[in-house]
Write a protein that binds this ligand. Structure first.
Ligand SMILES: [Zn+2]
Length: 138
């Protein structure tokens, strides 16, 4: 089941913390800091998908990273319409309204994700209840 804890992945430092088994080090262009700067956080669940990442804003998922890949350039080429990519600013350079618009969009996406999870759970529950009703009718 997907987790429902609050994570503030619109913050670069929070994205940095998400990388646990990242296969590249600081000598590589796609190191953890650069990945987080480019808006990515880790969605790895184990060794087999250690380099799977997702953008906190547009939700674009990427993997198959090479040591010399530039995270910003990859984000730009795979998701040119991402608002974070289009603004093309480091977190420290964001103006408050820009930052707030990212937070708002992130929260909207989170609510939508939670809604989808909740609907799935409700459907499963409803099916269980339905089966119980069917049994008691026999
Ligand atoms: Zn993006």
């Amino acid at each position: 089941m997907e987790q429902l804890e609050n994570r503030y992945l619109f913050l670069e430092d929070e994205r940095v913390k998400s990388f646990k088994n990242w296969p590249y080090n600081d000598n590589n262009k796609c190191n953890i800091r650069k990945m987080a700067e480019a808006g990515f956080y880790s969605i790895a669940t184990g060794v087999h998908d250690a380099d799977a990442v997702k953008c906190f804003l547009c939700g674009k998922q990427l993997d198959g990273w090479e040591p010399e890949d530039d995270p910003w350039a990859e984000h730009k080429s795979h998701s040119p319409y991402c608002a974070f990519v289009q603004l093309n600013k480091r977190e420290d350079d964001l103006l408050l309204p820009e930052f707030l618009s990212f937070v708002l969009q992130y929260m909207k996406n989170e609510i939508r994700n939670r809604e989808e999870i909740a609907i799935k759970q409700i459907n499963q529950e409803a099916k269980k209840v339905w089966r119980r009703i069917q049994k008691s009718r026999k």
